[in-house]
Design a protein around this ligand. Structure first.
Ligand code: ING
Length: 319
């Protein structure tokens, strides 16, 4: 019996700064309704799917920043989404800004959760690779202050078994780093779910060539990650012109071969679904990309900061 899971990539168009959580959750539910009609077992939403991509704004007042964070999950505004999921027996991946109290200290993460068909949160991931910058750059047309608003994730890259499928998660910039997929690949991951908010122009990149390659690099990163780790990868965008900032779409469902089997074609709310045969990863995982058989760990030149060599660690603040 082939092991299959039908996955819905639920791309979102722009979310305005003034849009309430209630209005956004209604859009998420509408996409889940379409997913159900398409026979989906699970729906994947973008990174920071409940609000506008607020790191594009410099905010001095912490209360203003914290208004974009969820203090509990599910909370009042998100309970209807969990409810609808349980009634329709569908799981989901949701990206959101998490404010958490850990032994009396407030921490802020760029987070995603994996929720099963019974509405249970089976897994949580916190974005590890935090892009952008810490200090306000007033000369730029917009900011990318993720390093100011989020801590780097402290949960690693776990893989969970849900509905009999080995699933992992990551968020946006994580998809650009091979380690992200490899750590999950070494755990036998079969499906990697991820959401992203990717501006066409990334402020720290000054070269115009970089903008022209944003779409290419988006799929390149996910297709390589899929193929090199024999896993499905589902990448879902928050897309369109959001508060004056153009963001790419190109949400995609990618097979372990690296081939794109389904892709969004708009920059708005759009559901793209595919039946994912999990056995398609087997020929790669067991043969020419068998991680246990062919990797030569001892011969790898691992350059790390601990040995005092390699590139300087990125700075989180000007200090
Ligand atoms: N956004 C972007 C991303 O990694 C970026 C940041 C854009 C980095 C373009 C490099 C090039 O897709 C988030 N939210 O990480």
């Amino acid at each position: 019996m082939r092991k299959e899971i039908t996955i819905g990539a639920a791309q979102l168009g722009p979310i305005a700064r003034s849009d309430s959580r209630k209005v956004v959750v209604e859009r998420l539910i509408e996409l889940m309704r379409k997913a159900k009609k398409s026979g989906c077992d699970i729906v994947v939403y973008p990174e920071l799917a409940l609000t506008s991509f607020f790191p594009r704004w410099y905010m001095e007042n912490q209360e203003d920043v914290d208004s974009f964070f969820e203090h509990e999950m599910p909370g009042t505004a998100t309970k209807p989404l969990f409810q609808f999921a349980v009634e329709n027996e569908i799981g989901f991946y949701l990206g959101y800004a998490e404010l958490s109290q850990e032994s009396g200290t407030v921490h802020r993460y760029n987070t995603s959760i994996l929720v099963d068909k019974n509405g249970k949160i089976v897994g949580k991931f916190r974005k590890v690779h935090i892009p952008g910058h810490f200090d306000h750059e007033p000369s730029w047309s917009f900011q990318h202050l993720e390093k100011r608003y989020f801590e780097s994730g402290n949960l690693g890259f776990p893989v969970w078994e849900s509905e009999g499928v080995k699933m992992g998660m990551c968020i946006c910039n994580d998809r650009r780093w091979p380690e992200t997929y490899r750590v999950m690949g070494l755990q036998g991951v079969e499906v990697v779910l991820l959401g992203y908010n990717t501006p066409t122009h990334y402020p720290p990149n000054e070269s115009p060539e970089a903008d022209a390659l944003t779409l290419f690099h988006n799929h390149l990163s996910m297709q390589a990650g899929a193929y090199q780790n024999s896993t499905w990868v589902v990448g879902v965008a928050k897309a369109g012109c959001e508060e004056g900032c153009d963001m790419i779409g190109q949400s995609a469902i990618i097979a372990p071969s690296g081939e794109i089997v389904a892709q969004s074609v708009t920059l708005g709310d759009e559901l793209v679904a595919a039946v994912c045969d999990l056995d398609l990863g087997r020929p790669y995982r067991e043969n020419h990309l068998n991680l246990g058989m062919h990797r030569e760990i001892d011969s790898y030149q691992l350059i790390t900061e601990r040995k005092g060599v390699g590139p300087p660690l990125g700075k989180r603040s000007s200090g």
